[in-house]
Design a protein around this ligand. Sequence first.
Ligand SMILES: *Cc1c(COP(=O)(O)O)cnc(C)c1O
Length: 395
Amino acid sequence: MFVYADNAATTSVSKTALDAMLPFLTESYGNPSSLYAFGQKAAEALQEARETVAHFINADPREIYFTSGGSEADNQAIVSAARLGARKGKKHLISTKFEHHAVLHTLAKLEKEGFEVTLLDVHEDGVVRLEDLEAAIRPDTALVTIMFANNEIGTVQPIAEIGALCREKGIPFHCDAVQAAGHMPIDVKAMNIDMLAMSGHKFHAPKGVGVLYARRGMVLTSIIEGGAQERGKRAGTENVAGIAALAAALKESCEHMEENTAKIIPMRDKLFAELSKIPHSKINGSLEHHVPGTVNMCFEGIEGESLLLMLDDQGICASSGSACTSGSLDPSHVLLAIGLPHEVAHGSLRLSIGEYNTMEEIDHICETVPKVVEYLRGMSPVWDELQKGERPHLI
Ligand SMILES: *Cc1c(COP(=O)(O)O)cnc(C)c1O
C-alpha cells in the first residue's frame, strides 16, 4: 500500500487545478502584456484569478500580487515593511522562534543590515501569547510577522487578536498563511492582516506559484526588477497557467472546507489515539489550536530519520521535521522552540494528511508505526540504556 502522508510538504495537483491550467499551456498561451486579443485572453484569466483569490480572503483584487510561491511572498512582505520602517527610523522587527525559514532567514539578513529582531517564545503548546507580543512592541517596531499555522506541528496562532493589537499600535502585520490557506477560513479585514503569504502547492495547485496580499496603503518593495507586471511590484511574465490553477484550487478548497475538515479530523484523531499508545511517545503542540491535518509526535530512543526510511519501505511518505537530511545534525528549530530536549526532538515524526487520504491508509500507518518504532528501539543503544535505567526517560 502506498500512503502519501506529507501534505504539509506539498500536495498533488487536483483535477480542477489541472483543468484550469491546461488551456493556458496549450491553446491560450499568449503573453498577458501583449496588446492583441490573443494575449488579452491570458490577461483576463489573470484578472479573474485575482478576483477569485481576493474573494476567498475578503480582500480587494488590487491587493493581490502573484509570486513564485510562499517563500517569495514572505521575503517581499518582510523586506517591504523593513524598508518602509527604516525610512521612518523604525528598525525593530518582531516574529516568533518557530517561523518557516523563508521568514527567519529574511529576518536574519535584515539583522545583518542593522535591523533588530525579537523572536517571541511559542511556549510548550506552540502558541504565541498576546501579552508576550505586547511586551515586545516598541515605538520603533516596523513589523510584526507571525505565521497562521505552523508547518511542522500544526498549531494555530491567535491571528485576529494579534492583528487587532498591531492595528491599535499602528504596526504593519504580516502573516505567513501558507499552511492555513485553503484549510482554514481567512478574512484579512476581520483579522486586521496587512500582508499575507500563500502558496498554491499546499492546496492542490502546482508548485512555483503563490500569492502576496498587501493591503492598500502598504508600499511594496520589488524583489525582482524588470517589467511592470503586478502593478510594477513583481517583474516577470506571469505564470498564467499556474495562477489560473491556484485560483481554481483555492476556490475548490474553500468551497469544500467544512466537508474536507469533517473527513480529515477523524483520521487525524485516530492517528493521535493509536500512536499515543506507543510507550514513551509524546504529541507535540496544542491540540486545541490546530490545523485539521497535521500530526507531530516524538518517540523516545529512536532517530526520526531511521523511522522515515523504514516507513518509506512500507510505502508511507512522512517527514521528521528535523533538518538532518539537509546535512545538519541539528534537530528541528520548531521542536526546540517548544522546549523539547535535543534527544527527544531527534525522534520526531510528522504525518500530514489531507482529504484525499482514506481510513484504510490511516489503519496502515497505525499498524506500521508501532512495529517500526519497536524494531528500531530493539537496535538502539539509547533505548537499551533507558531500559536499564542508565539514563532517565525524558518522555
Ligand atoms: C511551504 C511553506 C512555505 C514556502 O512556500 P513555497 O511555495 O514552497 O516557497 C512558507 N511558509 C510555510 C509555513 C510553508 O509551509
